[in-house]
Design a protein around this ligand. Structure first.
Ligand code: GDP
Length: 326
C-alpha cells in the first residue's frame, strides 16, 4: 500500500485528504508544527490512524526527518499561513512559510529521493489568489498571474518553484491551482464560515448582527471534500502538471448572505448586517472564476457539491454544533 506525507494536516484540506487516503488504504503521515499545537487533538480525534511527526516548513532538517521516518510515495504540501487579510500585517512570516516553505519541502524531497527524483510524487497547494487582479475571465492554467496580497505573492513563488523543480530535476511535481473551497471545517476567519456560524447564532437567538467587509467581492466557491480528490488524481498521472480546480460559477458575498439567511427563514437579512472598514482589504481580488476544463478532461474530475448545497450544509452543521453545545 502506498504511503503519503501531508504538511498542513491540521487544516481543513489536510483532514479531508487524510480521510480520503486512509479510505483508499494508504498509510498516512502528517507533519505537525509547534509545541502543544492546540489542533493536534482534533487530528487525533478525526483521523486517529494518521501518524504525526513534529516539523515546520521553515525548518529544513525537520522536514528531512519526517521524510526519513515516513518514507512516503507521495507528499502533499498543504501547509501555509493561509489567511489573506492577515498576510498584509505579517508579510514576512507569510513569505517564510507560504513561499520559502515550498522551497524547503521541495529541497527535502529532492535530497531524500536521491538518484531517482521522480520516485516521490509531490503536490503543491497553489491558489486562485495568484490570479489577483485578474487578467482574463475565466482564469485557466495559462492566465497571467497578478497577485494582490503578500499571501498571493508567496503562493506565486511556491507555484513557480514547483514548476522549476519539475523542469530542473525531473521531479513528479504538480501544482493544483485551487479556487476557494469551503466546508463545515473551514476556519472562522474565512467569509463563508464566518457567515454560516453567525447566521446559525442569529437563528438560535444567540446573536443579532454580523459585521462584514466588502459585499461586492465575488468568488468561485467549491466544497473542500471534492477538491482533495483532485489533488490525489493529479499524483496518479504519469507526469506532474498544473491544474485549475474550480466550479466555474461565481457568487458575490451578497448572494452568500442571501442563501445562508434564507435557509434559516430570514429574508430581510440587511437589518442583521453591518459593514465595517475593519474587514475591508488594502487591495481586493474582485472576480475569481475558474476554468477547470483541463482537470475535467485529463483527470476526469468534476465538483459534486454546488454553491447552495455548500452554504446550507455549512449553516446546518453550525446550527447542529451550537444546539449540541460544542
Ligand atoms: P480569500 O479569498 O482567501 O481571501 O477568502 P475569504 O473567505 O477570507 O474572503 C473572501 C472574500 O470575502 C474577500 O473578497 C473579502 O474581502 C470578502 N469579505 C467580505 N466581508 C468579509 C469578512 O467579514 N471576512 C472575510 N474573511 N472576508 C470578507
Amino acid at each position: 500500500m502506498p504511503t503519503a506525507l501531508i504538511t498542513g494536516i491540521t487544516g481543513q484540506d489536510g483532514l479531508y485528504l487524510a480521510e480520503l487516503l486512509l479510505a483508499k488504504g494508504y498509510e498516512v503521515h502528517g507533519v505537525i508544527r509547534g509545541q502543544n499545537n492546540p489542533r493536534r487533538e482534533l487530528v487525533e480525534r478525526l483521523v486517529p490512524d494518521v501518524r504525526l511527526h513534529n516539523g515546520d516548513l521553515t525548518d529544513l532538517s525537520s522536514l528531512m526527518r519526517a521524510l526519513r521516518d515516513s518514507e512516503p510515495d507521495e507528499v502533499y504540501n498543504l501547509g501555509a499561513v493561509s489567511f489573506v487579510a492577515y498576510s498584509w500585517e505579517n508579510a514576512f512570516v507569510t513569505s517564510d512559510v507560504t513561499g520559502l516553505g515550498v522551497l524547503n519541502i521541495l529541497e527535502a524531497v529532492r535530497l531524500h529521493a536521491g538518484d531517482d527524483p521522480g520516485r516521490i510524487r509531490f503536490y503543491q497547494a497553489s491558489s486562485s489568489e495568484m490570479f489577483g487582479k485578474v487578467q482574463q475571465v475565466p482564469q485557466s492554467e495559462g492566465t497571467l498571474l497578478w497577485p494582490r496580497s503578500p499571501y498571493g505573492v508567496s503562493k506565486v513563488y511556491g507555484h513557480y518553484m514547483t514548476i522549476n523543480y519539475r523542469e530542473s530535476y525531473g521531479m513528479h511535481a504538480s501544482s493544483g491551482i485551487l479556487f476557494n473551497h469551503e466546508s463545515p471545517r473551514r476556519g472562522e476567519e474565512f467569509v463563508t464560515r464566518k457567515v454560516s456560524k453567525a447566521v446559525a447564532k442569529i437563528k438560535l437567538g444567540m446573536q443579532d448582527e454580523i459585521v462584514m467587509g466588502n459585499l461586492d467581492a465575488r468568488r468561485d466557491w467549491g466544497f473542500a471534500g471534492d477538491y482533495v480528490e483532485a489533488m490525489w488524481r493529479m499524483l496518479q498521472q504519469p507526469e506532474g502538471d498544473d491544474y485549475v480546480i474550480s466550479t466555474g460559477e461565481t457568487h458575490s458575498i451578497e448572494e452568500l448572505l442571501t442563501v445562508a439567511f434564507t435557509h434559516v427563514g430570514i429574508t430581510d437579512w440587511r437589518s442583521h448586517v453591518r459593514q465595517d472598514p475593519r474587514f475591508m482589504r488594502p487591495a481586493e481580488v474582485d472576480l475569481l472564476i475558474g476554468d477547470a476544463t483541463k482537470a475535467r478532461t485529463k483527470l476526469g474530475w468534476e465538483p459534486k457539491v454546488a454553491f447552495e448545497e455548500l452554504v446550507t450544509m455549512m449553516v446546518d452543521a453550525d446550527v447542529a454544533a451550537l444546539e449540541a453545545g460544542w
